[in-house]
Design a binder for this molecule. Structure first.
Ligand SMILES: Nc1nc2c(c(=O)[nH]1)N[C@H]1C(S)=C(S)[C@@H](COP(=O)(O)OP(=O)(O)OC[C@H]3O[C@@H](n4cnc5c(=O)[nH]c(N)nc54)[C@H](O)[C@@H]3O)O[C@H]1N2
Ligand SMILES: Nc1nc2c(c(=O)[nH]1)N[C@H]1C(S)=C(S)[C@@H](COP(=O)(O)OP(=O)(O)OC[C@H]3O[C@@H](n4cnc5c(=O)[nH]c(N)nc54)[C@H](O)[C@@H]3O)O[C@H]1N2
Ligand code: SF4
Ligand SMILES: [Mo]
Length: 756
């Protein structure tokens, strides 16, 4: 598709700024205070007044409801909401401390521009926005529409994500963009899309309470999703709880069965289990015949995975394998749950689909307490998957499909030609394109790539080649912001309004309960201003407020599996404790129970997918998908004999710790210094004592950490939490070929007592 001609720089379509100044005095202050007056969109939100108000948490995808206590128009405290259907009055420490990071002294309060001496110095919004447009337009004019990219997030509102993706592609005329959900949920997204025809995690949290067998694969909810785990603890059926994880995690300790498999041997384990279940006659033939395709081929394929083969690959015994197969076969309501131990692997899509296959063949889907259930990571990774307009056309549409393009163009009042049909590059491809000089400009929003991306040193060397790097974040101190040419100060969770979609597809509301510091603006507002300064605000005339965009998204969702046309407005989300998709108009109407005294709509609070056995593929059937297992890309060897696992360390730390390190309460409760978990046998052999400083080297870097000696890791393996960002200096950049998600949990390292 030909991109629209970049406007000439000397003849900018940007002068409104100077006009505004002439008319209204100092622009920056006016913009910040009252942008609506200048046709730049209404001030997106008003602070909620004094009272207690409920909104969803902005850390993990559990999406707990928090009651925020207000005084003089500012949040002063919070407590978990006892009415909210997700958390039922519970919250984890991050939730309790959610307001604290907003008041941190290192908040970015003005735009910052790198000066000639290489230092970031404050500039006003007008100059920042002008430069933002000038530099990116310059790059585009010189190198074309493929030369600027963005990397965004699963942690801003759905409305902001939709705005960003639409502004960048339809307004600014660029193509390549991705987000940190590539690091996180890309595998689940692709696996579901291929198997079910749409990216559709089928479960509702009540399933945690209704299963008689729960199987967690590569998932540590005690640490990563503590309130989901509380829901498991409420299960009254004395369930079997199975954990498949190389480490004996907190969740494994609380489970009834733990299978400590060799890392990255899940695919063979799952194929072996399928084979055993078929041999035992534990297949739900009626379900398979009526609702799936590919089972006969799958049956022949898994014959190659008899118990001896599986034992050799996974390290678990034939008896253990038998026990696990029996547990699945004898369960009435078996639910399978997976998280990053599966999604972050070199053959992760097929591994996720091997889990889906088990659920399909045993008919454990579409009924209470069942499902092939991917647990999402960030508060709004689900919103990003559906509405970010990155990998798929906004609303789960297909940019290569003429009807889909026409639908989106018509709803958004756009000319169809502005919708790029070209596939956007994935995160790793964007990084490589920067390395090759094809991408010269990068805009990073709400992700700390310099810390969280795989093979960190290489990433940071590569982004140093950019002509222009813009970082939009809450803090000017993040590893990524410190490398920026321009920092845009953003308002965070609690300082703006919009929606998040949680793991069970529940759309929840976030509200403005706190004033953003200084001149920080909501991401939504920043996108409005960029549209204006870029000269494409005519395409976003109706994008006046988050709620206005929510209504556009409803229209976009019509007749999609994620149809939410039945949600009336934000007020309804607020009153109903969130609403799960799908919620089409017809459900809203059919479930309406008129009550003489009340005009309110009432509807069932829980929504589980596939109750009718119909999937979103063209023939309505789910697919059995499988391929031959592949070797781990970087196996331990004589030089680097340990396998490094990484992941979440405590329920108190969030990712690269930019937010959670701001709370005194949380900081007291987790180890300050980076630590490495080592098995006692290995520690003894290497002469490493408790708390000693050790060095950990991979082919890419060497770091130091404190030794935490524990039998929870197997001999030959070590674990470092991802919250200490230097861990990604060590990680090996391997990617799943279908989802292009990085394999963060398998790198070869060497451990030694630190010389220093
Ligand atoms: N406190 C806290 N909570 C969080 C987050 C946070 O940063 N802090 N982040 C959120 C986000 S974005 C995400 S994506 C989720 C992640 O949630 P989880 O995926 O549950 O957390 P991880 O610790 O990354 O990985 C889970 C487990 O995978 C195991 N594992 C490693 N390799 C393998 C393997 O080959 N096979 C198997 N079966 N298991 C393996 C690890 O030992 C680890 O215990 O957590 C969310 N919740
Ligand atoms: N080794 C290893 N690495 C990993 C993983 C692993 O398991 N092991 N897990 C991966 C996974 S699953 C994930 S999800 C990623 C997470 O990686 P990142 O996304 O890099 O982690 P965060 O620390 O959450 O970074 C979010 C940034 O956004 C900013 N921010 C927060 N809210 C807002 C907002 O409203 N607006 C703006 N503009 N900024 C905001 C925060 O200050 C922070 O700097 O890490 C991945 N990296
Ligand atoms: S479990 Fe997740 S959503 Fe709930 S309070 Fe903790 S961080 Fe927030
Ligand atoms: Mo994640």
């Amino acid at each position: 598709m030909a991109a629209p001609e970049p406007p000439k720089l000397e003849n900018q379509s940007l002068p409104p700024s100077s006009l505004l100044r002439a008319r209204t005095g100092p622009l920056t202050e006016d913009l910040v205070r009252e942008p609506g007056r200048f046709g730049l969109g209404q001030t997106p939100v008003r602070l909620v007044p004094d009272a207690t108000t409920t909104m969803v948490c902005g850390f993990c995808s559990t999406g707990c409801g928090l009651s925020i206590h207000m005084k003089d128009g500012q949040a002063i405290n919070l407590s978990p909401d006892s009415e909210y259907p997700v958390n039922l009055g519970m919250a984890c420490p991050k939730g309790w401390e959610a307001l604290t990071p907003l008041d941190a002294p290192d908040r970015a309060t003005t735009p910052l521009l790198r000066n000639r001496e290489g230092k970031l110095e404050p500039v006003d919004w007008e100059r920042a926005l002008f430069l933002f447009c000038e530099r990116f337009k310059e790059i585009k004019a010189r190198h074309g529409p493929e030369s600027v990219a963005f990397l965004s997030t699963g942690q801003i509102t759905t409305e902001e994500m939709a705005f960003l993706g639409s502004l960048f592609k339809f307004g600014m005329g660029f193509i390549h963009c991705d987000s940190n959900t590539r690091q996180c949920m890309a595998t689940a997204h692709v696996a579901y899309k291929q198997s079910f025809g749409f990216d559709a995690p089928p479960f509702t949290y009540a399933d945690f309470e209704e299963s008689d067998v729960l199987i967690f694969i590569g998932s540590n909810p005690c640490i990563a999703h503590p309130i989901m785990w509380q829901r498991v603890m409420r299960n009254p059926h004395h369930p079997e709880i199975v954990v498949v994880d190389p480490r004996r995690t907190e969740t494994a300790m609380a489970a009834t069965q733990h299978y400590s498999i060799r890392p990255k041997s899940d695919l063979i384990l799952l194929y072996g289990l399928a084979n055993l279940l078929i041999q035992r006659g534990a297949v739900n033939r009626d379900f398979v015949l009526a609702h799936t395709t590919g089972f006969p081929e799958f049956t022949r394929f898994v014959e190659e995975y008899p118990p001896e083969v599986v034992t050799l690959a996974t390290g678990i015994s034939v008896e253990q394998l038998d026990r696990l197969a029996d547990t699945i076969a004898s369960g009435e309501r078996v639910s399978f749950w997976w998280t990053m131990g599966v999604n972050q692997g070199h053959e992760s899509t097929r591994t996720a689909q091997a889990i889906i296959n088990l659920a399909l063949m045993t008919g454990n889907i579409g009924r209470p307490g069942t499902g092939a259930n991917s647990i999402t990571g960030q508060c709004n990774a689900m919103g990003s998957r559906l509405f970010a307009n990155i990998t798929s056309l906004i609303g789960g549409h297909d940019a290569t499909c003429k009807e889909d393009r026409a639908k989106i163009a018509s709803i958004l009042s756009l000319n169809e030609s502005v919708i790029p049909q070209q596939r956007a590059m994935a995160y790793d491809e964007i990084v490589q394109a920067i390395n090759k000089g094809r991408i010269k400009g990068l805009w990073i929003i709400a992700t700390n790539s310099s810390a969280s991306w795989i093979h960190q040193r290489q990433f940071n060397e590569i982004i140093a080649k950019l002509d222009f790097l813009v970082v939009q974040d809450l803090y000017h101190t993040t590893a990524t912001a410190q490398r920026a040419d321009l920092v845009l100060p953003a308002a965070g969770w609690g300082e703006k309004e919009g929606t998040f979609i949680n793991s069970e597809r529940r759309i929840g509301l976030v509200k403005k309960v706190h004033r953003a510091p200084g001149q920080a603006l909501s991401d939504f507002h920043i996108f409005q201003l960029i549209a204006h300064y870029w000269g494409c605000s005519d395409k976003f005339k109706r994008w006046t407020s988050p709620e206005a965009v929510f209504h556009l998204l409803k229209d976009i969702s019509r007749n999609q599996p994620c149809d939410i046309t039945g949600i009336e407005d934000y007020r309804m989300l607020d009153e109903q404790g969130g609403v799960q998709w799908p919620f089409p108009e017809r459900i809203n109407r059919s479930e309406e129970q008129p009550d003489q005294n009340k005009k309110e709509v009432s509807f069932s609070k829980e929504r589980r997918l596939f109750e009718d056995g119909k999937f979103f593929t063209e023939d309505g059937r789910a697919r059995f998908l499988f391929s031959l297992p592949r070797e781990m890309p970087e196996k331990p060897d004589d030089d680097f004999p340990f396998l490094l696992l990484t992941g979440r360390g405590t329920s108190l730390q969030w990712h690269t710790n930019t937010r959670t390190e701001k709370s005194d309460v949380l900081r007291k409760l987790y180890p300050k210094q980076c630590y490495v978990e080592i098995n006692p046998e290995d520690a003894q052999r290497l002469g490493i004592r408790v708390n000693a400083i050790v060095s950990i080297a991979s082919r890419r870097a060497k770091i130091t950490a404190r030794a935490f000696i524990t039998p929870t890791v197997q001999p030959g393996q070590v674990f470092i939490p991802m919250h200490y960002p230097k861990v990604n200096e060590l990680t090996f950049p391997a990617f799943d070929q279908h989802s292009r998600q990085p394999s963060y949990k398998a790198s070869a390292v060497r451990i030694s007592r630190s010389e220093g």
